[in-house]
Design a protein around this ligand. Sequence first.
Ligand SMILES: C[S@@+](CC[C@H](N)C(=O)[O-])C[C@H]1O[C@@H](n2cnc3c(N)ncnc32)[C@H](O)[C@@H]1O
Length: 214
Amino acid sequence: MAVNRSDGPETPRSLQQHWEDVYAARDPGEASWYQTTPTASLSLIRASSVSPSTKIIDIGGGASTLADHLLGEGFSDITVLDISANAIAGAQQRLGPAASRVQWITADITTWQPETQYGIWHDRAVFHFLTNAGDRDAYRAALTRALLPGGSAIFSTFSLDGPERCSGLPVQRYSPESLAAELGCGLTLVESVTEDHHTPAGAIQRFVYCRFTR
Ligand SMILES: C[S@@+](CC[C@H](N)C(=O)[O-])C[C@H]1O[C@@H](n2cnc3c(N)ncnc32)[C@H](O)[C@@H]1O
């Protein structure tokens, strides 16, 4: 998969390089999507009737603080997957010695081959970058393989009245119903909430969060 520079020559470059450059250019806490506390995600994870030993994977977790909070809540089997090694390095640096209690995977979700199954699949602001049907098919294949029967999938995307782009890339915006229809995968929509995310630069971005069970 390739993306075109929006700020320079029309030279195709890899999606991974795009995200490596994004994370190399600034401190993770300055990214528009940064949250000190991922309140809505934590609330939906708690609502999923999980035990501390439930295997949780954060898809495109980047340098999110979700892993820090999950460790703080006693979760013991946390995996963070991201296409950017720089993002993962940022999260590991922030966590310090606690980073060794998290499993880290540098991979593109559209080509990743899961080797185990998880009770919670979490994705905030990653699926909405997949504007190509083939990439969404590949994502669904990974989700179908990696989510345990009875497990929960928690997704957050820009809502229908949210931004049309993020990090220089176009996004696909969703309602709970359109996200449920797009995902399929035998998922049942249990609940949804909207959140007005205040970016570090002071903008407001409307997200929709959905909790599904399989
Ligand atoms: C908008 S950021 C959100 C980060 C994090 N989920 C959060 O809420 O703070 C999108 C993240 O998805 C990652 N990403 C984008 N495309 C990806 C892909 N195809 N596979 C895996 N990660 C991807 C990026 O590196 C970045 O960390």
